[in-house]
Structure formats: structure tokens, C-alpha cells
Design a protein around this ligand. Structure first.
Ligand SMILES: Nc1ncnc2c1ncn2[C@@H]1O[C@H](COP(=O)(O)OP(=O)(O)OP(=O)(O)O)[C@@H](O)[C@H]1O
Length: 647
């Protein structure tokens, strides 16, 4: 701390970084700027439960240029009276207080309905350790608007309610939101369950929603899309419809103890898109579940694949196959759906026309479009380039390339997001544009780059990372997991420890948080409010475009971090998404795609998926870099051809 007062260089360093640039002179017992050599700083392990020293250690890992103990506990100009409070204000602790604060923060901006959704989101993500305490502290806010709605519904402006009545109605509203996400207040032991007797009894909300068709609108859409169907699409459509036989049982209200089971039992058709991307075990699990469930209604169904349901598996085997961490080609191929014992029951129906290109080519040269579509197919089939094993080197046509040697990444960004600053307030602008890259590292590089050119004040959100006590592995010791170690963990589907945002930036949800409100893994949003405990954002993709939502921090446990222990990160389930991984883009149709390849793709189908997201050739640009960072014109394509053998 004394050296930080004396030397300017120390003011940008954390406690652990300090020995990188300073050396300790034992004789004079002072630190001097380092002239040569390198040393790694390390903070000793301090177990939680040691009190203030534990919190001070957490702060020392992030606070820079500390000159006094007081400085260590100063955050955003506020001097906290103890290290624990300073940690909490930086988001470095997991504590239910932040959820109470989040609900209070949103109460200033949003309706009671939005607050109840926020509370349900927190319950669904299992982020609150004591839900009842949060409920007791916030129920008056959560019940906002309920009395008003009730007075309106009963046409009685003089209506009054006791606190218990209000609480009951508020809990019923929360229960409805939970039910539509296949959850219930009964799943949270400490939470009170509402008295339902005097309100219309709940049906299964999942089934209600599935059956809540707007018949007029559907008839209209159906007529319109049926007319537009190609001959091939019509054959597939008829085949599927003819396979569905609706029986009496399928409409019976079969009692079972779970809402999802009931929905499955009653459904006639299950459509599972992007099927080749999932591990065959997912389908085998569904098969077993359906056989088991359907045998309740008919014993014979236990012997039928998927319990006799019609299951449509959509997908393209040229696209990305299951992701098996550190898996070999053999592991990937044997985990694909066409290696499953269920595959022999499947009937393959093929569609050959690239409708994505065809539909927007009406005002373009048709032969040019067909040439482009065939080139993409050749990439997908692994039929072009100099093939060596699974890999080939594919030459990208010149007009699709970014070749400018000077700052090529900014040219790619300009192509995908032209006039970004003028368009940033138009959320439709972000809907069908993306930069795609093969790895998280390259995606992060592009996002950081775009964030720096984006105007506005940055706000940094730090996560609180802990190991999961319940999953302790005897072979690993707690003291290995210093906060810095946990903070450094980066893995797919998990937000980083440090999330930097600005108002107006495009972000993507990394979790399903409320599927009925269209808040799913992959939904894109534009950030509006950067609060202390919540982030307000507008939905820009999916069926809830334009909706304003409030997102709290959540406890996120990566299912596959590749680490021999489980850990939990409490962070906003968001990532900046001007750029996204190619894997994440599968299934999307985009008008402008910038493909960034500082390193080549590494697995089957990635190049094909990236090239086939566009609606027109003119909507695609590719930037391939050599080892020295200079643009080049060819790149690696990976195709595991055996996957096509039995389709
Ligand atoms: N018959 C049709 N008439 C008009 N547009 C169509 C027709 N069929 C498909 N499209 C359009 O083509 C685009 C691609 O369709 P869709 O996303 O269903 O393809 P997909 O096979 O799932 O693609 P992928 O798996 O590569 O993501 C969409 O914009 C869709 O609206």
C-alpha cells in the first residue's frame, strides 16, 4: 500500500499482480519497480467463515492500486464500514438481499405483473436460498395492481381486501406463471401455497396453453402457407398428418402427478427440431419416458417406439453433430441420432430446395442463386477443395472475402452492422445480423471490439462464484478454489465473471428463464436499463418482440465445464451478442452474416452452417486470417462423411 502511494505504476495493479512489476528488497524492507525477471503473485487461501479477512481477500483480488485499508473497502466512491458490505455492493457475494433489492428496483419502473414474472424467474432458476423471506419482504410490491384488477373485474370500485386475501391472489398469479413453465409453488417448500377453493380451479396450464389456439388466425396462416408449399414440402406435410391418429384416449384428462407428463400423454405430435445436434441419449430417454407414460392408457404402447406418438425429428446431417467435450470423431458419430437403435424405426423424408435463398432471390439472378446454393451444398457434403481425411481446404470466392490488410475486423463489423451508431436505437436492425466465429475466444474478441466503438458509459457486473458444497469431490481440496481461480473459468453457456455492458448493446440469453414469455436460451435482447440489481431489456427475437423484461442475477451451474467439480456462478444470464458462435447460430435465418475465421472451424458441419445462414449471397462476407493475422482466401472444412451412410 505504501508503494502504491509512491509509484504510479502500482495504481493499476491488484494485490496479486503487484509482484509482476515490483520486487521486494528484504534488507531495506521496501518494494522497488522490477527491472528484469518475472514473478507470479499469489494470495493465500482463506477459508470462508474466517470473517472479515475472507472478504478482504476477495476484494484484494479485484481492487486496484489500494493505498489504505479504507481504500480496499471503497466501491464507487462509497466507503463501506466493513469488507463484507463492500464485497456485497460489488456483486461478489451470493445473498438473498440482492433479490429483495432487485424487486424494489424494478418496482420503480414496472407493473406488478412484471414484478411477479421477475419473482417467478428467480424461483424457476433456483436462485433464492430462502424464497419465503424474499416473499415476505416484497409481497406488497408483488401484489401491485391486483386490487385494481379485481375491482375492475367485479365492477366494484369500493371493494377492499385483507392482506391475506391479497397475498392469496398474488400467490395464485405467481402459481400461474410457474405452471406455464412446468413448475409450481409446491416445489419450493418454504413458500406458502394459495387457497384455490374460491377461484376457478386450475387446469394444467401447459395443456391450456398448447390448446389455446387462435383458430381464426391459424386457419388463415394455414391457408396461406399451404398455398406456398413446394411439392416436396407438401409430400412431407401429408406424410406426417396421415401418421397422426387422434384417439379418444388422447383427449381424456388422464391423471398423473406431473403437469409435463399430462401434456405429453395428451399430445398427438411432437416436433423436435435440430435433432442431429443432440445426443442420441436424449431421444432414447424421451422414448423410454413416453413408453412408460403411454402404457398407463394402453399396455401395448410400451412396445411401440415413443409410446406410439408421432415424433418429427427435423434437421440436416450436414450441420453440426452433438458436441462431445474432448470427444473423438468416433465418439461424435456414435452419439448422433442415426446411431441410435431408434433410427431403424424412423422414416427419412427429404427436402432438397434451399428455400432460404430461393425466397429472397426473386429479385436476383436465379442461376446465380442456384450456383451459390450448390456451392454451399458441396461444402456441406465435403465435395470440394483438396480433401485430406475429414478435412479439406476450401477456396472462398473473392467477392465474399474481406481482403483489406488494414484493420480487416473493422471492415467485417462495418459489413455486418453498417452505420451502427445511426441505427443503434432501432431494435429491428439487430434482428437479422450477426458475426459468426468458431470459438468463444474469437466471439469475445469481436464483441469487445464492437463494445469499444459503441457510445455510452460502460457498466461492469462481477459475478459471485462458489463451489457447490453438495457435490464436493474427495480428491479435490477446497483451498485450490480461490475466488480468482473460479472467476477465471470460462465455458460455453456460462456468462463470464466480468460482464461489461452499455445501454443499447445487443445481448443474448444464456438460459431458458421463462419460456411462455419467449425468454429462452438464445433469445436476443437490447439492453435499456443498467440497474444495480436488475437489467432492463427489450426482446428483439422470437414471438415476444418488443416486450420489455427485467432480468435478475441467477445461480448458474454449468452442466459441462470440463472440471472435476461443480461450481456455481451468480451472474446475469447474458452475453453480448454482436458476435456469436457458429453452433449458436444453427437454425437461424439472417440477412447479414460476417464470418470471422481467425482460426479455422474444428468440427463437422460448422463451415456449412455458417455459410448457409444467409438469405442471399450478397448478405455474406468472410474474413479468414493466417497465423500472422493477414487476410487469406482459403479455409479448412471438416465433414465426417460416414454420418450420411444410413440416411
Ligand atoms: N414454401 C415456402 N415459401 C416461402 N418461404 C419459405 C417456404 N419454405 C421455407 N421458407 C422460408 O425459408 C427460410 C428457411 O426456412 P427454415 O428456417 O424452416 O429452414 P430450415 O430447413 O429449418 O433451415 P436450417 O435447418 O438450415 O436452419 C425461412 O425464412 C422460411 O420462411
Amino acid at each position: 500500500m505504501e508503494a502504491n502511494k509512491k509509484f504510479e505504476a502500482g495504481q493499476t495493479l491488484t494485490y496479486a499482480e503487484f509482484p509482476n512489476q515490483f520486487v521486494y528488497d528484504r534488507e531495506s524492507r521496501v518494494w522497488h519497480p522490477r527491472k528484469r525477471g518475472y514473478s507470479i503473485g499469489r494470495l493465500n487461501y482463506v477459508p470462508p467463515g474466517t470473517g472479515d479477512i475472507y472478504y478482504m481477500r476477495i476484494l484484494l483480488a479485484v481492487q486496484r492500486g489500494c493505498t489504505t485499508y479504507e481504500y480496499i473497502r471503497t466501491v464507487n466512491g462509497i466507503i463501506y464500514s466493513n469488507f463484507q458490505d463492500a464485497c456485497y455492493s460489488m456483486g461478489l457475494l451470493c445473498d438473498d438481499r440482492e433479490f429483495i433489492a432487485a424487486i424494489n428496483e424494478v418496482a420503480e419502473l414496472a407493473s406488478g405483473h412484471q414484478l411477479r414474472k421477475l419473482f417467478a424467474m428467480l424461483l424457476i432458476s433456483n436462485s433464492i436460498s430462502n424464497p419465503e423471506r424474499v416473499w415476505n419482504a416484497t409481497w406488497t410490491l408483488l401484489a401491485d395492481g391486483i386490487l385494481y384488477e379485481r375491482r375492475k373485474a367485479l365492477k366494484n370500485q369500493g371493494l377492499n381486501m385483507t392482506d391475506d386475501e391479497l397475498k392469496n391472489l398474488c400467490l395464485i398469479e405467481i402459481e400461474k406463471i410457474l405452471n406455464s413453465n412446468a413448475r409450481s409453488l409446491r416445489d419450493y417448500q418454504s413458500m406458502p401455497y394459495p387457497e384455490m377453493s374460491h377461484v376457478r380451479l386450475f387446469q394444467n396450464k401447459l395443456i391450456e396453453e398448447e390448446l389455446a389456439y387462435d383458430t381464426n388466425e391459424l386457419t388463415h396462416t394455414n391457408l396461406y402457407t399451404e398455398q406456398k408449399m413446394t411439392h416436396e414440402q407438401r409430400l412431407v406435410f401429408d406424410e406426417i398428418l396421415n401418421a397422426i391418429t387422434i384417439t379418444d384416449e388422447s383427449t381424456c384428462n388422464i391423471k398423473h402427478d406431473s403437469l409435463k407428463a399430462e401434456l405429453l400423454i395428451q399430445s398427438s405430435l411432437i416436433i423436435w427440431d435440430e435433432a442431429p445436434m443432440l445426443n442420441k441419449m436424449c431421444f432414447e430417454a424421451l422414448d423410454r419416458t413416453l413408453r412408460d407414460l403411454m402404457s398407463i392408457t394402453d399396455q401395448h404402447k410400451t412396445h411401440q417406439p415413443f409410446g406410439g406418438k408421432v415424433v418429427v425429428l427435423g434437421g440436416d446431417f450436414r450441420q453440426i453433430l452433438p458436441v462431445i467435450p474432448k470427444g473423438s470423431r468416433h465418439d461424435i458419430l456414435t452419439s448422433a441420432i442415426n446411431s441410435s437403435h431408434l433410427w431403424s424405426f424412423c422414416k427419412v423424408l427429404k427436402l432438397h430446395t434451399n428455400m432460404r435463398l430461393l425466397m429472397s432471390s426473386l429479385d436476383q439472378d436465379e442461376s446465380e442463386m442456384k450456383r451459390f446454393a450448390n456451392w454451399i451444398l458441396d461444402v456441406g457434403n465435403g465435395n470440394i477443395g483438396s480433401v485430406v481425411g475429414d478435412e479439406s481446404e476450401v477456396e472462398i470466392p473473392n467477392d465474399l472475402l474481406i481482403t483489406t490488410p488494414d484493420d480487416p475486423l473493422s471492415h467485417l463489423v462495418d459489413f455486418a452492422y453498417p452505420n451502427l451508431l445511426q441505427n443503434m436505437s432501432d431494435y429491428r436492425y439487430f434482428q437479422s445480423r450477426a458475426i459468426l466465429a468458431p470459438t468463444l475466444e474469437s466471439v469475445e474478441k469481436v464483441n469487445d471490439f464492437v463494445l469499444t466503438i459503441f457510445p455510452g458509459m460502460e457498466k461492469e457486473y462481477l459475478s459471485s462464484d462458489t463451489t457447490c458444497q453438495a457435490d464436493e469431490n474427495e480428491d479435490v481440496r477446497q483451498e485450490w478454489f480461490t475466488p480468482e481461480f473460479l472467476n477465471d473459468i470460462k465455458c460455453s453457456g456460462l456468462p463470464n465473471h466480468k460482464l461489461t455492458l452499455k445501454p443499447g448493446v445487443a445481448v443474448m440469453l444464456l438460459r431458458n428463464i421463462d419460456q411462455t414469455s419467449g425468454l429462452c436460451n438464445g433469445t436476443r435482447l437490447i439492453v435499456n436499463d443498467l440497474g444495480s440489481n436488475v437489467i432492463g431489456a427489450t426482446v428483439v427475437t422470437g414471438r415476444n418482440i418488443g416486450d420489455k423484461v427485467y432480468i435478475p442475477r441467477m445461480n448458474l451451474i454449468p452442466s459441462d465445464s470440463g472440471l472435476p467439480f461443480k461450481f456455481q456462478r451468480r451472474q446475469f444470464p447474458l452475453t453480448v451478442c454482436f458476435a456469436m458462435t457458429i453452433n449458436k447460430s444453427q437454425g437461424q435465418s439472417l440477412s447479414h452474416v460476417g464470418l470471422y475465421l481467425p482460426k479455422s472451424v474444428f468440427t463437422h458441419g460448422q463451415l456449412y452452417v455458417a455459410l448457409s445462414r444467409v438469405k442471399s449471397r450478397s448478405g455474406l462476407r468472410v474474413l479468414i486470417l493466417d497465423e500472422d493475422g493477414n487476410p487469406k482466401s482459403s479455409t479448412t472444412n471438416v465433414v465426417f462423411k460416414e454420418v450420411f451412410n444410413n440416411i
